[in-house]
Design a protein around this ligand. Sequence first.
Ligand SMILES: [Zn+2]
Length: 127
Amino acid sequence: MKIRHEFVESIPEVLEDATLYVSIKYATTMHKCCCGCGNTVVAPLSPNDWTLAFDGETVSLDPSIGNWSFPCQSHYWIREDEVVWARRWSGREITAARERERRSRRRFYQQRGNVMAEGVSDRTRHF
Ligand SMILES: [Zn+2]
């Protein structure tokens, strides 16, 4: 499945399907969940969140996107404008991963003296 990317200054209010919106200015990305459930995925760009790679034609996000807070619990990579579906995680794996991410995020934001952003999507790691 393909996903197109769009570099924008600010994220539009209405998101189109299969489009990854990237705002360099606000260091964030947004897209509608690739499973088609319609939920909005916010993947901020920071050393502790996601990394965006742009090769001049396509974009990739690292690490994968795990939508554990959505009913669909979809899990996929965005690689060179392509949605690569990843393995479904068990409930236990999800709980453990979320806890790990929460701790690492809290540490990161504390170090920077920032308030932890709420409503940010879940990031997953290689497995
Ligand atoms: Zn979904």
